[in-house]
Design a protein around this ligand. Structure first.
Ligand SMILES: NC(=O)C1=CN([C@@H]2O[C@H](COP(=O)(O)OP(=O)(O)OC[C@H]3O[C@@H](n4cnc5c(N)ncnc54)[C@H](O)[C@@H]3O)[C@@H](O)[C@H]2O)[C@H](O)CC1
Ligand SMILES: [K+]
Length: 478
């Protein structure tokens, strides 16, 4: 099963791996032609009804694979309104090769003839709302035809994720869907074929520019309108909470506050005026502070728990008490991680251990990233939380899904890059599900580190990553 949003991400990742969309469209079109061959013998009359998007593009390709059929192509709309270059190029190829291909601008002019097969390629995963004209009239003409209806990817008018139709939808006999089954097809009464269109498995397994699409594009007037992050950190160490807080801001959080011991407040403030501190009395986090921390945390979307807290037993007892009572989303990092396996919490946790911390949590790791991915996936399933295990290849797992991040470089083993990652994950977890937030945070943190090394060579320091997070998250794709 794959949702439309994830399909778009995988599509983009495939392109970044060197498999361009036009090649995917050629494979999709070929799969559509094979479905027509399963529906009627050569010589049969095939009416292709193509929309202006890539769903239509797939069928414009299919026409070239059906020369031994009597094919007529009906493009709904003027050719210059075709939405993508790859679809337009396929239209122009049909015209240049003098296929029977006509543009229908008024649905009253749509005449399917008396086809044996109709290919429904009006709309696929790009449909929004009820079918407008001319697609709506075309859909009823298709439904009235005495023909086998082959739908491309999803019957037009059906939402690929829910299977619902906001208005009229094509009633297909067969559906050829691409790469993986769409959830909405379970609600469709048709014979569904899943066609492999040559998307490498790596496009799903490895993070890539497609994973950033889930973020949307904040308009230029302001950074991502994300949410509010509380960093609970500081004590023995003061740089860590400051790095995490600054990273959360640069990764799109609207507001970040740092809850820290009063004894180190001035030192933490010294890292940046933009930090808003909420000091609690004393030198380190202790159970006495947990009540006020829970109140403070309830005014934020996500808590980043751990940077610089230290591992004093009072502090760890406070971490346990906090997680026992907390029910929202928390990124857990550094010394706080060792509490997670034995705490029974209703909170949604995104844990960011390096391999040493993973072992301290009771997890296993391995030098080979494939083995490590299996071990981390199993441990995440036992733990019941999201794991982002840092390494040359970061492994993200939530017990179901898993992803591997390849961005980053050896320079990033320098102290503090983990705090930056935790802060970025905190901001992203305000707007994305924790698994996606972890994958995007790992990808962006590594890309920021790669950009820093590209510009300055090695000798990277954690603060070099912070300023590069916005470009890594919203910059032009690779
Ligand atoms: N993801 C993959 O790996 C591949 C997908 N392919 C095919 O691409 C379509 C998705 O294409 P897209 O251009 O994003 O959208 P559609 O063609 O489905 O529709 C967009 C098109 O339709 C118009 N539109 C939207 N809503 C309505 C409406 N309610 N009424 C009328 N018109 C509507 C919109 O304006 C656009 O013009 C996917 O399904 C696959 O078939 C690739 O080709 C192969 C790889
Ligand atoms: K369709």
């Amino acid at each position: 099963m794959i949702t439309s949003q994830r399909m778009a991400a995988v599509d983009r990742n495939a392109e970044a791996l060197g498999v361009p969309r036009k090649q995917l469209m050629e494979s999709s079109g070929n799969a559509v032609a094979r479905a027509v061959r399963r529906s009627a013998d050569p010589g049969a009359r095939v009416a292709i009804v193509a929309g202006r998007g890539n769903n239509g593009g797939d069928a414009l390709v299919a026409a070239r694979f059906l020369d031994d059929y009597d094919v007529a192509v009906h493009l709904l709309g003027r050719p210059e309104t075709i939405a993508t270059g790859i679809a337009r190029e396929n239209w122009e190829a049909l015209r240049a090769a003098e296929y029977d291909a006509r543009a229908v601008t008024d649905s009253a002019d749509l005449d399917l003839g008396d086809p044996d097969v109709v290919v429904d390629a009006m709309l696929g995963t790009g449909v929004t709302g009820a079918l407008r004209e001319p697609e709506a009239t075309a859909a009823s003409a298709i439904n009235d035809a005495d023909a086998t209806v082959v739908a491309v990817d999803v019957p037009s008018g059906v939402d690929a994720d829910t299977g619902e139709a906001a208005g009229i939808a094509v009633d297909a006999d067969r559906v050829v869907t691409f790469h993986d089954r769409k959830p909405g097809l379970d609600a469709v009464d048709a014979a569904v074929t899943v066609a492999d269109i040559g998307i490498p498995e790596a496009a799903e397994l490895f993070t890539g520019p497609g994973d950033l699409l889930a973020l949307g594009r904040p308009d230029r007037s302001h950074k991502g309108d994300f949410g509010e992050v509380l960093v609970v950190g500081g004590g023995p160490y003061t740089g860590a909470p400051a790095l995490a807080a600054q990273a959360a801001l640069r990764a799109g959080a609207d507001l970040v506050r740092v809850a820290c011991p009063a004894s180190v407040a001035r030192e933490i403030q010294g890292y940046s005026e933009s930090l808003i501190l909420r000091p609690y009395d004393g030198e380190r986090l202790s159970p006495a502070h947990v009540g006020e921390l829970l109140t403070l945390a309830s005014a934020h979307d996500v808590t980043v728990l751990g940077p610089g807290l230290g591992s004093d037993e009072e502090t760890l007892a406070a971490v346990r008490d906090f997680l026992d009572a907390y029910e929202e989303t928390a990124v857990v990092d550094a010394d706080a991680l060792e509490i997670v396996p034995t705490v029974d919490t209703d909170a949604t946790l995104l844990c960011t251990p390096h391999q040493g911390e993973l072992r301290k949590m009771g997890g296993e790791t391995d030098e080979d990233w494939r083995t490590r991915a299996d071990l981390v996936a199993d441990f995440a399933a036992d733990l019941g939380h999201v794991l982002l295990v840092k390494g040359a290849y970061d492994v993200i797992a939530d017990g179901g899904d898993r992803r591997v991040n390849r961005t980053g470089n050896p320079g990033m083993t320098v102290g503090g890059t983990g705090d930056v990652l935790a802060g970025a994950a905190g901001a992203l977890a305000c707007v994305l599900p924790p698994f996606e937030a972890a994958a995007v945070a790992a990808y962006a943190n590594g890309r920021a580190g790669d950009a820093a090394v590209e510009e300055n060579g090695y000798g990277l320091v954690a603060t070099d990553l912070i300023d590069r997070l916005p470009a890594a998250l919203w910059g032009d794709d690779e």
